[in-house]
Design a binder for this molecule. Structure first.
Ligand code: ADP
Length: 654
């Protein structure tokens, strides 16, 4: 499953150093916990709880005595009272330790047979009574382990998180960058909210997965290895080999539920992200229609709509949770079965409590990482769901891009030609059918025709917002597809029906048309578009911030800023899409004048329903149902084309 993420491991490469440090910390963490705790239990418990507490060095331990020297039960029975007496004497007067030691050693030696005596290497008794300081030092072993574990774990998590966020940033940037170059057609089949959700919620989910994975992928196996390593060591050093093997055999069993649940989760993970997209979409759509909601009284309809998507989201989320939360209890039950088996064997093998608790600690330390790896598995499923959604965008084809040997185009003269051009949106009915027309440089060309005839589509082919399905469009004799896209678009100024302004100053909004323009250039353009005066009317003038999408400006003001942009751009080709529709009649005359000035020497495509704007066009193309049914001047068409005449007369109110 990790292989699914392999392409993204390359994102980790720049952060190798951090990652290596994180891995080392993870290993320290795992060993400190997995092996450190059981080892502690093994070493400390006998000191704290063992019978050696008073005076006995290790070789007086009964286990040792019986095993090493093969003491008979009779010998043991005689030895025990001596031992307790020595212990009592010691308690009464610990200063007499050496004397008591010597006595006990002599008495014990007397009990042994000659063979046993040969094996017995007397050691001086060690004072096992702990001073307060010693007791604390021993008791602090556990916090010490946890300090090491804590510091290493903290560093591991922090570093991994750092790497994770950087990787996420890269993915999110890639995603955003991809959104900039995708063709317009891509956005027509997808909702903004969904794309937003992929870039934010899915990217976050992916980050969570990446960091969790990176986190546990080191710590948990390290802990598991530490614990298993300890169990094996324990198997060598005591008689509990069989026991250890049995308990270890339970470990793989706990992997079963992980696999089962994982399968259930993958599908549901994708559903969650999809529904999250629907919720985001519902909200963005609503927020962009605040006026309509109030004007049409849609409040309760909108709330209902939101409730529906929100409830669907909760439903799919709970389906995920249903399986996800099953994992921990299942693994816990399996691990407690392991403990039961250990208990039975412990009884049969006459294990000491110390050995048993030690093994338990190691067992616990090995189930814990299995549990974590299990939930990590769930996390991975969610991450894959999100990755799929992000990749759908990242891997979406970009049909409109520079050809390998794209031609540079410094400044075009502006001669356009359509040669047998057909176009259809997403395999629908053709919207343009075999259009052939030449528009010489400097022609002011008006596109007229009934709504839906294909005028905008025709104009949109020029900046390559779309590419023709058949035929070709040329600029100065070059197929548009052979030119550098950026160069082509630099030669075109578009003034649309609903100009979009960024939430920035007026000055910066104009500057986007030609970033290298000077302040004087910008002002000159604004003057030419009759925008300078109203701009200067604002207290902050050109530094006025226009609000989201230019909310603080009137339609006419926005339109004039759009014209100013076109002046500033000074491109040889100008596309005007109903450019003057939002103008009040007062400024209209002035604007007409400005437009005339703007059009001088340019190839212009005007889409306008208002005939006042287009009567002066050098050439008029009449569109109907995807065909150009007539072309000529106003006088020619009015005399000779019925469709044109009827459109014209209707506008004039005749
Ligand atoms: P006009 O500008 O003459 O009003 P358009 O070029 O906008 O006409 O549209 C021509 C036809 O293409 C219409 O039938 C319209 O419904 C359809 N159309 C326009 N844009 C799209 C689109 N993005 N996706 C699908 N169909 C579209």
């Amino acid at each position: 499953m990790l292989s699914r993420f392999r392409p993204y491991f390359s994102y980790l490469r720049p952060h190798r150093g951090l990652l290596a440090a994180a891995i080392i910390c993870g290993i320290i963490y795992g060993l400190a916990y997995g092996a450190g705790v059981p080892l502690m239990a093994k070493t400390i418990f006998p000191i704290i709880f063992g019978q050696e507490k008073t005076t006995l060095p290790e070789h007086w331990d009964q286990n040792q005595l019986t095993r090493k020297l093969q003491l008979t039960p009779a010998q043991l029975t005689r030895f025990e009272p001596l031992l307790s007496r020595a212990a009592e004497d010691f308690k009464a007067n610990s200063a007499a330790r050496e004397e008591i030691d010597a006595r006990l050693e002599r008495q014990f030696t007397e009990l042994l047979t000659p063979e046993q005596r040969a094996d017995f290497k007397p050691k001086p008794f060690i004072n096992r009574e702990l001073t307060t300081l010693q007791l604390w030092l021993i008791a602090l072993w556990l916090p010490a382990i946890f300090v090491i574990r804590g510091v290493a774990g903290y560093l591991n998590s922090y570093l991994i998180q750092l790497v994770g966020t950087r990787v996420l940033e890269t993915i999110r940037l890639d995603y955003f960058a991809k959104l900039q170059i995708l063709p317009l057609s891509f956005f027509q089949t997808r909702s903004t909210g969904d794309l937003l959700s992929r870039g934010l919620a899915d990217a976050n989910q992916l980050q969570a997965t990446l960091t969790n994975t990176a986190n546990e992928i080191i710590k948990s196996p390290a802990t598991l290895l530490g614990a298993i390593g300890f169990l094996i060591y324990q198997a060598y050093s005591t008689q509990g080999v069989v026991l250890v093997l049995v308990t270890l055999s339970i470990v793989p069993l706990s992997v079963l539920p992980i696999r089962y649940i994982g399968k259930k989760l993958i599908k549901r993970a994708g559903h969650i992200q999809r529904e999250l997209g629907a919720v985001t979409n519902c909200m963005t759509e609503n927020l962009s229609a605040t006026r309509e909601v109030r004007a049409y009284g849609l409040e309760s309809r909108e709330i209902g709509r939101f409730r529906t998507v929100s409830q669907t989201l909760i439903r799919v989320q709970m389906k995920f949770v249903k399986y996800e939360k099953l994992l921990t209890p299942l693994i816990e039950v399996i691990s407690t079965i392991g403990i039961s088996i250990t208990l039975v064997y412990a009884y049969r093998a006459h294990l000491s409590l110390t050995t048993f608790t030690t093994i338990l600690a190691a067992l616990y330390a090995s189930y814990e990482p299995i549990k974590k790896l299990g939930s990590l598995n769930n996390d991975l499923k969610r991450g894959i769901g999100s990755l799929d959604r992000i990749e759908e965008v990242l891997h979406a084809p970009v049909p409109i891009r520079d050809a390998p040997n794209a031609l540079p185009l410094p400044r075009a003269s502006g001669a356009l030609a359509f040669e047998k051009v057909s176009f259809a949106y997403q395999a629908q009915e053709p919207v343009l059918r075999e259009i052939t027309i030449a528009i010489p440089a400097g022609t002011v060309c008006a596109l007229v025709g009934p709504s839906g005839a294909g005028k905008s589509t025709f104009a949109n082919l020029v900046p390559r917002f779309f590419d023709p399905v058949a035929g070709r469009v040329t600029l100065d004799g070059h197929d548009l597809r052979s030119l550098r896209l950026a160069d082509l678009r630099r030669n075109i100024a578009v003034v649309s029906q609903d100009p979009v302004l960024f939430n920035d100053t007026i000055f910066n909004n104009l500057l986007i048309a030609r970033p290298e323009a000077s302040v004087a250039d910008v002002e000159a353009a604004a003057r030419a578009a009759f925008a300078h005066d109203f701009i200067c009317g604002f207290p902050e003038g050109y530094a006025t911030v226009v609000g989201e999408r230019g909310a603080r400006l009137s339609g006419g003001q926005k339109q004039r800023l759009a014209l100013a942009r076109a002046f500033l751009r000074a491109a040889p080709i100008l596309i005007l899409d109903e450019a003057t529709s939002a103008l009040d009649s007062e400024s209209e005359a002035a604007i007409q004048q400005a437009l005339k000035k703007l059009m001088v020497g340019k190839t212009v495509l005007i889409i306008a329903h208002r005939f006042s704007t287009i009567r002066d066009a050098t050439k008029i193309l009449v569109f109907d149902q995807g065909h150009i049914v007539a072309s000529g001047t106003h006088a020619e068409l009015h005399a000779g084309n019925e469709l044109y005449r009827s459109l014209y007369d209707r506008q004039q109110g005749k």
